[in-house]
Ligand binder design. Sequence first.
Ligand code: AMP
Ligand code: MG
Length: 494
Amino acid sequence: MSSQDAYAIPFAPDLAWQHSFAELGERFSVPMQATPLPAPYWVGQSLALGRELGLAPGWAESEDWLQALCGNAEMPGSRLLSSVYSGHQFGVWAGQLGDGRAILLGEAHGMEWQLKGAGKTPFSRMGDGRAVLRSSIREFLCSEAMQGLRVPTTRALCVTGSDAPVRRETMETAAVVTRLAPSFVRFGHFEHFCHHGLHDELKALADYVIARHYPECLDSALWGGNPYVAFLAAVTERTAHMVAHWQSVGFCHGVMNTDNMSILGLTIDYGPFQFLDGYDPSHVCNHSDHQGRYAFHKQPNVAYWNLYCLGQALLPLIEEQDQAIAALETFKTQFPQAMAQRFAAKLGLPPGTLPPPSLVEDILKLLAAEAVDFTIFWRRLSHWVRLQDPADASVRDLFLDHTGIDAWLAALGALHQAAGRADAATRMLAANPKYVLRNHLGELAIRAARLKDYSQVAALLEVLQAPFDEHPQYESFAGFAPDWARGIEISCSS
Ligand code: AMP
Ligand code: MG
């Protein structure tokens, strides 16, 4: 009896799967089966996401769920597939890519469910279809951390692992992430059909995404009644907001290829990402990115470049090039506006008030000049505003340039005075996280997990899901990065 036969019947929960993506047809995806994972075990579980989805309590202890979410058993009613997409990687057309190690189960509880690392697919190219424990823990924790930070993101329900060996630079072990999103469609899906001149399929995909996720684009009053221009403008807006969010929490994605850009403006494909420790705007977190194409400060421009690729792909539907350009140009107002809103929140300004641009530029310059820790600075600043104690030097002490920071703090004080100080600190504490998934925290959890101790993964998850709260028992997660953190090399290898 195969493992699938063994689990097909005992698996009781009926998730009432739906299959709208599969119904787009065979040009979009191929039916799949997962490759069994020997002797799987749980590595991490987001009980919070399970609750949000309304899963029956107990899933996290269930052998049926374990076998289903590592790909050993098919959930009744699921219909496994991998989808085809193409894309630009590091600025160059890369041709066909596709779900090389992700398998879609269908939609349940309003989300698409994917198993990432569940074995080879027709799109695996030279890859083995697997993901390693290290990168799976990072994706799992960061997905839920971003959700905690209120940054638009795909979600992660769990990681399952196995001792099955997987070859990367060294031998590692296999893991599978169950990730969820309202849709996993990427810019690269549209590029694929445009590139091959498959305009009927291109239209079918656009109509599908618009109907399900952007129905407001069907409003005939928008963009001359052209839903495809309205769609491009809407994706532009969501992408601008997502990247502004990234910049405001010091998140560096690391591999912003067009196949890693979600059509819903969600952060997707957590690979060589990093939260900045010291603020270095030109930081490159991906050791495979030799040109620094995806440096932290380049992310907004790269997003804009990627949106142009999407615009190009949608041109056969939009027809009017000027219209497409006009939709894309909205990025130039959307992004600065979104940034101003994010920094208004970080500075504790009342709703509807935006900071003077120079105040934001000045603090970013001061932070960059001394590579001051980005997260610790904003959190200390929030408490400094709360305490209003002239003797409190906690912010000042972060800088050598006391003249510079004193002048800036005075300017902030004057702004708070003018805008109304009430609730400023409360707003700041709700906008400036105490905890982010620093590289070294992930690394320590991974090292423990390799020894089968998953308590660090669970502890980090707990804290990162509520990063604006104080967690006194986890004070060490809020400290400066140790010196050895600089030596952690994160590449595309995953
Ligand atoms: P990424 O850099 O993770 O966005 O992946 C780029 C492309 O390579 C996508 O088509 C992935 O599905 C594919 N890919 C990455 N790693 C593997 C792997 N181990 N096996 C098969 N395909 C992979
Ligand atoms: Mg990818």
